[in-house]
Ligand binder design. Structure first.
Ligand SMILES: [Zn+2]
Length: 329
């Protein structure tokens, strides 16, 4: 183990090296993360290479995680990294026991409470959460505000930068951090960069939408992750301004996602699911699968805690569906 991102034979990953003295001769304190149970803990640098997780592998108790940056003003870079975490965890999970919040604190060398407060501050800037009377920002929260406004102004640039900064901190490539398949990518160069940029942004949108919906299809309630898709209400290629807007998203199972995209399903502005008469057949000959697909007609959408779908965007999509039906007679 030499640099952040390295993993030892027990699947313990080096998250951060610190200059703080460890408890062994010549040791520094390093922060490790268990690849099995996501536990984050401090370790002596001298035995990190053979460390076992204290929680799930009966390894020796972890050392306290250094919080040497606590009390210092947050930098822009730290705010951008915190924003990345904010954007992929759901509002209800911003608390000190959430492993993502604990990891953010460990990565920045700050107390967990401080990281958790930072994330809560972002939620106070969220227009949707403001409608629900989440209290305003405390004084001294300029950093959150300016990063939030940068995101509002140019979401794609900030989303990409946030993934890049996180990748650098974790000693990973941006492809790894954004979990992008690299097998089909062209060799490093301008073309690859452009593709990676688009995929990173897709991933950013997708995580934001899926986590808002608690990884549950909003039509069927299905929660099998590999079958879930963050669907754009107005397609990515058509509406540039709403590409990363989570309120332009729905968490759907792959089949209803396809139906939605093909204008065979829409959501009314009161969040009632409608299945196109083209699919919604009551003929005796219909297969059980078709019956199942259309059985959600008239049901109410299972709404997320934050980032509810924007009724204006739903209306546009609905119009497109109705036009399609009218055109086909
Ligand atoms: Zn573990």
């Amino acid at each position: 183990m030499k640099a952040p991102g390295d993993i030892n034979r027990n699947n313990q990953k080096l998250l951060r090296q610190t200059a703080e003295k460890g408890t062994d001769h010549n040791a520094r304190k390093w922060v490790l993360k268990c690849g099995q149970c996501l536990n984050v803990y401090g370790s002596n640098s001298t035995d990190a290479w053979e460390r076992k997780c204290p929680k799930c592998q009966q390894g020796e108790a972890g050392l306290a995680i250094p919080t040497e940056h606590d009390g210092q003003a947050w930098t822009r870079e730290e705010h951008v990294i915190a924003f990345e975490v904010y954007s992929r965890i759901s509002f209800g999970t911003i608390h000190m026991r959430n492993p993502e919040v604990i990891e953010l604190a460990a990565l920045l060398g700050r107390k967990v409470g401080s990281a958790s407060r930072k994330l809560a501050n972002f939620s106070r800037l969220d227009p949707f959460l403001q409608q629900r009377n989440i209290k305003g920002l405390p004084h001294g929260a300029k950093g959150e505000e300016s990063v939030w406004h940068e995101f509002v102004k140019n979401p794609e640039a900030l989303a990409f930068e946030s993934e890049l900064l996180l990748a650098e901190r974790q000693g990973k490539s941006i492809e790894e951090v954004a979990q992008i398949e690299t097998d089909d990518l062209p060799p490093p160069g301008i073309e690859r960069e452009a593709i990676v940029r688009v995929r990173v942004n897709h991933k950013f949108f997708s995580r934001r939408v899926l986590s808002a919906y608690g990884f549950r299809c909003c039509v069927t309630g299905l929660s099998v992750r590999p079958l879930l898709v963050a669907s754009h209400i107005i397609p990515w290629a058509i509406d540039h301004t709403n590409r990363l807007n989570p309120r332009n998203g729905l968490c759907l199972n792959a089949l209803h996602d396809r139906a939605f995209d093909s204008h065979l399903m829409w959501i009314e502005k009161d969040f009632t699911v409608r299945i196109s008469p083209k699919l919604n057949t009551t003929e005796k000959a219909s297969s059980p699968a078709e019956v199942w697909l259309s059985s959600f007609d008239g049901e109410r959408l299972i709404l997320p805690d934050n980032f509810q779908p924007d009724p204006e965007l739903l209306k546009k999509h609905e119009k497109k569906c109705l036009d399609t039906i009218a055109a086909s007679g």
